[in-house]
Design a protein around this ligand. Structure first.
Ligand SMILES: Nc1nc2c(ncn2[C@@H]2O[C@H](COP(=O)(O)OP(=O)(O)OP(=O)(O)O)[C@@H](O)[C@H]2O)c(=O)[nH]1
Length: 253
């Protein structure tokens, strides 16, 4: 049974910082945000987790395998390197969406995202190592079928982007509402979701829904593992099998 550990990452007091003492150059904010994401991706990824950029000022990570000390080191490292600090809130559960809600509530209880005195909060609990299993994380890696032939080589780059984003919007909402799963656009035509225990039929229903509402055809590979990296690698291999066999849903365990 899944037991997903989710960490909410929030830049402290970022809104006011972007306009103090006057609005900061947009290119500088874009550079800071993308570098922070890159650093977090590496800091969390080196420990087997995944970080998703989401809104950049708020990021969501799957952190199975990272304990609270690991979180503290990451938080300190960011605080030492950046003109902004981050708060981290950790929660776990069978449902990734419920875990994220718990993590969010804890951080909201500690103060507003725009509270000057709320800095470097480190809240919540990680899964004790004795309780970790090889089935804690289920990762689904979705991909648009023949995105290159359908969009990239046919439409201009912006119209391709609209099509892919419409597929993403339909999938993220459906997976959130029907399955308590959190889905993230990761570039190109790829979407990675952290999911509770879902069946092949449930994935197929999600794919059919996206075809019906957004006219975008997806396939998905699903992996199950001890952390996001393990589950995610299996998901990528499962996706390769789906491509080779021309199926829509493949699991690898
Ligand atoms: N983040 C991420 N992006 C990927 C991955 N694989 C492919 N991409 C992106 O997706 C784009 C399209 O590649 P594919 O999905 O292989 O191409 P396709 O035309 O959809 O072909 P099929 O997937 O075989 O139907 C690439 O340009 C990359 O940007 C991956 O594993 N992770």
């Amino acid at each position: 049974m899944t037991n997903t550990q989710v960490t909410l990452v929030q830049i402290d007091n970022y809104g006011p910082w972007t306009v103090t003492p006057e609005p900061r150059r947009e290119v500088d904010l874009q550079t800071l945000q993308s570098r922070l994401y890159a650093d977090l991706s590496q800091l969390v990824g080196d420990r087997g987790g995944y970080v998703f950029f989401t809104r950049f000022d708020n990021m969501i990570a799957v952190t199975n395998g990272l304990d609270m000390d690991d979180h503290a080191v990451i938080q300190e490292s960011v605080g030492n390197r950046y003109p902004v600090s981050i708060s981290l809130s950790v929660a776990t559960g069978q449902s990734p969406a419920a875990a994220l809600s718990d993590a969010t509530e804890r951080l909201q209880a500690a103060g507003s995202a725009q509270d000057k005195s709320r800095r470097e909060i480190l809240e919540g609990r990680a899964i004790e190592s004795d309780y970790r299993t090889d089935e804690d994380v289920q990762i689904a890696h979705f991909d648009v079928i023949d995105a290159t032939g359908e969009y990239t080589d046919q439409l201009n780059a912006f119209d391709s982007f609209i099509e892919i984003e419409q597929g993403y919007a339909a999938l993220m909402k459906y997976m959130r509402q029907e399955n308590d799963a959190l889905s993230f656009f990761v570039g190109g035509d790829n979407i990675i979701a952290t999911c509770p225990d879902l069946s092949a039929d449930e994935y197929e229903a999600a794919i059919d829904h996206v075809t019906a509402v957004a006219d975008v055809d997806l396939r998905v590979g699903v992996g199950i593992g001890r952390n996001a990296h393990n589950a995610g690698m299996d998901a990528k291999h499962a996706l390769e099998h789906a491509r080779a066999d021309d199926t829509k849903v493949e699991f690898l365990r």
